[in-house]
Ligand binder design. Sequence first.
Ligand SMILES: [Zn+2]
Length: 136
Amino acid sequence: METAGKAKGQGLKLAAMIGGATALLAVLFLFAPEEYSFYPRCLLHTLTGLQCPGCGGLRAAHQLLHGNVAAAFHYNPLLVLLSPLLAAFVIAAIGRETTGRTVPRLFKHPLWIWVLVGLLIAYGITRNLPLLRSGG
Ligand SMILES: [Zn+2]
């Protein structure tokens, strides 16, 4: 009985997460970030004019949702390059939650976290170099 209740709770949690993510993606699809002011603004960019690794991410995601890969790449190239991995992680997590089976994890080793952190720092620095400025 307790196991069935726990499974039901997990199912509700998963449904809420998928529903919430779908609603957020629908808002992002329907309302272009450059046209609506209800989207959050980057504090670093507002205060310094510099671009953090996430700057342009909402605009890039909006363009990706519309199938405009080149426009998305203009706003945030790293997001476009990492989006297949991000999608794979989300699909694997959903599969793990719905089936209860473990899905092989490609980047299980903790070193990958440091690779990602290093990549974000290097990207954050290089995108602010005058010759490479993009998106914004
Ligand atoms: Zn930013």
